[in-house]
Design a protein around this ligand. Structure first.
Ligand code: AMP
Length: 524
């Protein structure tokens, strides 16, 4: 692990490292922090490690985001301990500059350039009392993103307002980075981990657990069908009032993307609160989502994912979100438009504007119906010409990025089964059920051989088939675009010796237990 404290060293290190990797463009994950690392930060680092080739953690107590009466001076600083934790967590580089090094040694009012996110997002929730805080956050995050130019940057859902503002910032300023949010890590009492918890005594920590308890009360009410903002806030307030030492600052229900106040929850709401306990200010939040579940199935080639996904969707009356059909539809559009499949900028033009719609087939076994820009292409995308070009199109980063965006839009409503290589880790990390479907190379080779025989195609030896699959596995795990990843919370199903029907049944049983067992969070 390397430690840089200056911009010059950071730039030099990254330039040399990138030269070394050339012509491969490695993926870089950035985890911005203010140090005093705890398991919440470590969860962000772990996610970054899973998704990138190189992980950078920044440790910087940003003076711009503290108000004049806030705890900038006393904020915990433990560089040596943080360095050790990063080392153990497999971080590749720490960037730990001084404020002077970043040109921020003076206060906000001084002559440094400040990034102002939309006022509608900075004047609500914590922004009411923390004047200038989010401008300070936006400024430092912009600087870090410009300096490091990571592929992805990781933020905790615990700071939901910060997350929404940064998502908006990278869109508005066209910063080419993917913002990844990670769930809040909590103590066993429910208290959200925070560097500021160090200020609390043991008794105060116990008292502070009421924050999450009160949010959970609102969640129970939501699960029981309550949708009114006023009533959900009242439930939260009532529970919070059971601990006298807690002084609530705000409890608000807003849209998690725009942060606009909600009268009631249609699809999703962010219930957020801040409270004081003695001199310590604490925040917490919860997402209340009125969405159908998502089943994500990942695994190596030949594990039977698409057949199983189709059957699981049918049995559970969910939509099989056939991503293969989406790539085929784009391929159809590219060929139809007369664009060369090597002309990536031209493909980027059309793929970022196209609209793909999917619908259930007329009969249970019928393929999914597909429309692109209003035109039905269900049949057309199955032609040999499309089959022979689709993998070249799907390998293009921009095609993949745009289609993932479209898939995630489908995911907002939920009610889908989707399969791939990184659905549970990347496309839908908050899917209700994640399956990792696998089988030994020998078994997959036997299945492939049988399939090919049934289709009357050329017969490869079992050894040759096994070798092909091993090579494919290696490529899929190491490819730049969407490498095969198993989510830590995915349930692995080893399918050697199991029929398709047995695998499907197992997934349906898991769904009934894990998703419907907690069915109260689902749409009614
Ligand atoms: P901070 O060091 O407090 O600025 O936090 C750095 C990053 O870690 C931010 O993206 C936070 O949202 C995230 N983070 C802090 N606490 C937690 C937690 N308990 N769970 C998950 N992420 C967290």
């Amino acid at each position: 692990m390397y430690l840089c404290t200056t911009v010059a060293a950071l730039r030099c290190y990254l330039r040399l490292w990138q030269l070394e990797q050339s012509p491969i463009e490695p993926e870089v994950g950035l985890v911005p922090t203010m140090g005093a690392l705890h398991s919440g930060h470590l969860a962000l680092i772990e996610r970054a490690r899973q998704q990138n080739d190189f992980v950078i953690v920044s440790l910087f107590v940003n003076p711009l985001q503290f108000g004049p009466t806030e705890d900038f001076q006393k904020y915990p600083r433990h560089l040596e301990q943080d360095r050790q934790l990063c080392q153990e967590a497999g971080v590749n580089l720490i960037f730990s500059p001084s404020a002077t090094e970043l040109g921020l040694s003076t206060a906000l009012e001084s002559a440094t350039t400040i990034v102002f996110p939309p006022q509608s997002m900075t004047s609500v929730l914590c922004g009411r009392s923390r004047i200038g805080h989010f401008q300070g956050v936006a400024t430092i995050v912009t600087k870090l993103l410009n300096l490091i130019q990571p592929t992805r940057a990781y933020f905790g859902q615990k700071d939901a307002q910060q997350l929404a503002i940064i998502r908006r910032l990278v869109v508005d300023l066209n910063i080419p980075v993917e913002i990844v949010s990670c769930p809040t890590v909590r103590e066993s009492s429910g208290l959200a981990k925070s560097s500021r918890n160090q200020y609390l005594t043991a008794e105060e920590k116990e008292q502070a657990s009421v924050l999450y308890r009160s949010l959970r009360q609102a969640e129970f009410a939501f699960q029981a069908g309550e949708r009114s903002s006023a009533r959900l806030i009242a439930v939260t307030k009532l529970e919070l009032a059971t601990v006298q030492a807690i002084e609530p600052e705000y409890i608000e229900l807003v849209d998690p993307t725009t942060l606009m106040p909600l009268q009631q929850i249609e699809e999703v709401g962010l219930l957020a609160l801040a409270a004081r306990l003695g001199t310590t200010r604490l925040i917490d939040n919860i997402i209340l989502r009125n969405r159908q579940p998502i089943v994500a199935i990942d695994g190596p080639a030949g594990a039977g994912k698409s057949t199983v996904a189709r059957q699981v969707a049918q049995a559970l009356q969910l939509l099989y979100l056939d991503t293969g059909a989406m790539y085929r539809a784009v391929t159809w559009l590219v060929l139809e438009s007369g664009i060369s499949i090597e002309d990536e900028p031209a493909i980027a033009e059309i793929v970022s504007k196209c609209d793909i719609q999917l619908g259930m087939g007329d009969e249970p076994q019928a393929p999914i119906r597909v429309w692109i820009d209003g035109q039905e292409v269900t049949q057309a995308i199955r032609s040999l010409e499309i089959t022979s070009h689709v993998s070249a199109i799907a390998a293009q980063t921009i095609v993949r990025q745009e289609l993932v965006k479209q898939q995630q839009r489908w995911g907002e409503k939920g009610g889908i089964v989707i399969e791939g290589r990184d659905i549970g880790t990347h496309v839908f990390p908050d899917a209700e059920l994640k399956i990792f479907l696998t089988a030994s190379v020998q078994e997959r080779a036997r299945r492939r051989q049988k399939d090919l025989k049934n289709q009357g195609e050329a017969d490869l030896s079992l050894e040759q088939m096994q070798q092909n699959l091993s090579e494919r596995d290696w490529k899929d795990s190491n490819r730049n675009v969407a490498p095969l990843r198993k989510a830590p919370d995915a349930i692995e199903i080893q399918t050697d010796g199991l029929s398709i029907a047995e695998v499907t049944d197992r997934i349906i049983t898991l769904y009934r237990e894990k998703v419907e067992g907690q069915s109260s969070t689902l749409a009614n």
